[in-house]
Design a protein around this ligand. Structure first.
Ligand code: DX5
Ligand code: ZN
Length: 218
């Protein structure tokens, strides 16, 4: 079995009981909780803000991985840092001053992550890679759970892992969107470190088993 980090995405959980949902992540053996923040502008949907994350903090000991699918992420990072986020990931497409933003997340004592949508080339991250702790590769177009993975995105993971090695860098690589037992295996083969899964986790009756299978166990 692999030692991939599993990050269930609460986007697929029952929003009337998110406290229970994050507690279930702890009980399942998954290490991270993935929290999708949508602003109705960068993506069409709207989910939740920093107050929800702050209220959820006491319900789980897992690492809180906040994925800002928002415009103007620089206006939001302080509030999510205060709320108890551990990783704060912004989209390169939503940010001109990515370097300044990554440094300001570090200055808040948090780990900066950068994400890219399927149509953004990996070259857009070339200059920011030394300044982040996480690269979140979107393997679907962001905004909705339950979509099928776009297989071409896996090649980005492979190339990113090669670039990391070649440049001697030290960030985690996450895959987000359409991760299930089958696609998880392909992503693991491509050297992914973090598997983000919404439907494959919250849609499973046995969540411990779902985590085990995402790691490649029986
Ligand atoms: C999609 C979100 C994902 C989403 C994944 O825009 O960023 O985190 O929750 O959902 P699944 O695993 O159902 O594709
Ligand atoms: Zn996400």
């Amino acid at each position: 079995m692999s030692n991939c980090i599993i990050a269930p995405s609460v986007l697929a959980a029952d929003f009337s009981n998110l406290g229970r949902a994050v507690a279930e992540v702890d009980e399942s053996g998954a290490e991270w909780v993935h929290l999708d923040v949508m602003d109705g502008s960068f993506v069409p949907g709207i989910t939740f803000g920093a107050k929800a994350v702050a209220d959820l903090r006491s319900h789980s000991r897992a690492v809180f991985d906040v994925h800002l699918m928002t415009d103007n992420p620089e206006n939001l990072v302080a509030a999510f840092a205060e709320a108890g986020a551990d990783y704060i990931t912004f989209h390169i497409e939503a940010c001109v001053h990515a370097n300044r933003l990554a440094q300001s997340i570090r200055a808040l004592g948090k780990k900066p992550g950068v994400s890219l949508v399927p149509s953004t080339p990996l070259s857009a991250l070339e200059e920011i890679l030394p300044f982040v702790d996480l690269v979140l590769v979107m393997t679907v177009n962001p905004g909705f759970g339950g979509q099928s993975m776009i297989p071409a995105c896996l090649d980005k993971i492979r190339r990113l892992a090669a670039a990391r090695k070649e440049r001697g860098l030290d960030f985690l690589i996450a895959a987000d969107g359409g991760i299930n037992e089958a696609t998880a295996q392909v992503a693991r083969d491509a050297s992914v470190d973090v598997l983000i899964a919404g439907s494959a986790f919250f849609g499973a009756a046995d969540r411990k088993a779902a985590v085990r299978r995402l790691r490649g166990g029986a």
